[in-house]
Design a protein around this ligand. Sequence first.
Ligand code: ZN
Length: 435
Amino acid sequence: MEIQQLFDFLARSVSPFHAVQTAASLLDAAGYARLEEAGYWNLEPGHGYYTTRNESSLIAWRVPAHGIGGWRIAASHSDSPAWRIKNADLPAAGCLRLNVEGYGGMIMHSWMDRPLSAAGRVLVRNEADGTLESRLVNLDRDLLVIPSLAIHMDRTVNDGHKYNPQVEMQPLYGPAGARPFAALVAQAAGVDPADMVDWDLSLYTRQAPTRIGPDGEWFLSPRIDDLECAATTLYGFLEAASETDSACAPVWAMFDNEEVGSSTRQGAASAFLRDVLDRILDAVPHSAQAMQRALANSFVLSADNAHATHPSYADKSDPANPVRMGGGVVVKVNASQKYTTSGLTGAIFKEICRKNNVPVQQFANRADLPGGSTLGNLLSHTLPVPMVDIGLAQLAMHSAVETAAVADADAMVRAVAGFYRVHLRALGDGRYTLE
Ligand code: ZN
């Protein structure tokens, strides 16, 4: 994978809806057929398909030629912390502002004093044919700003500041009397403002992905968590297409709402993935106990980015497990099982990486810091399958603009392609072959 392919994925995916659109366009180009959850699924061996839920989560798969003896799954998330737009055109001191609410846990100050835009979907009424449909919309221009307070009015701002999102994080839209925000949204969606019934819109930062460092070793971009994993696992999935394990169904999943706990209809804690796997099995010839046997012979990569050791705050990281940008794919371990990695699943993944010459490093929290969570252990509620939690090293997680390493993106593609290609079989509980 060329880094420009990752940059395109990041730049186009300005909301979870757009991330799904980006993934769908790559799958369309690779010959995958779109299926609706409400439709009847006729699946043919050797063919690829995908379906979406809420337009913000997507699952793609290929049907193996000779029945389904197991599932090989890579999962990531489509959402990033952002500001949801509740209302528009609220007057304040001769200006109009939007009324926003935080989605996920973001570094608030990183959203200030930079050009912002808005994207998501609008729900459009069509009086003529009686339909209500959603349309993706991206205002795609420098439009909004969340201005900070001048230091002259708060001399203590550099001494640590607690932000109040209702007071300090409301974006300026324009001068009083400016044309309504909804008019811009309607124009971008190509509809009459009167036909817009509702929307799911968020702010996004206008920073384009860009390489930094003397030889472009690193890159800066919004939404690296977790679109870097989404894009690289998808490219690995597509790259391995023609050579995947013939009795194992390769599956690629990207879930919305990880940043708010995953417990939505389309989140990783929902039955979405299990529903899709049940339907796939139902649509192909299978024997009794096929699902239980397939699940026991399956493996999941839960791919969500990891913290690199921060040079200015090295004491925040486990000293025995330094993580370096450019050091390869990160395996995440946690004694409390916030990460699903076990000695066994970590060993299987490391063996796959070794066979594909992919460097691996390990992340663990300090024993006195609780750390974050991800989607793997929530997926296992509905899908009790051996899993490993992995990611790519980055800095400034949940900032409006994050930093990661160019080389790691390619390492992940090769690891994931190797994962889909390997002939992995469970010979018994705790015994595997990897051919
Ligand atoms: Zn994440």
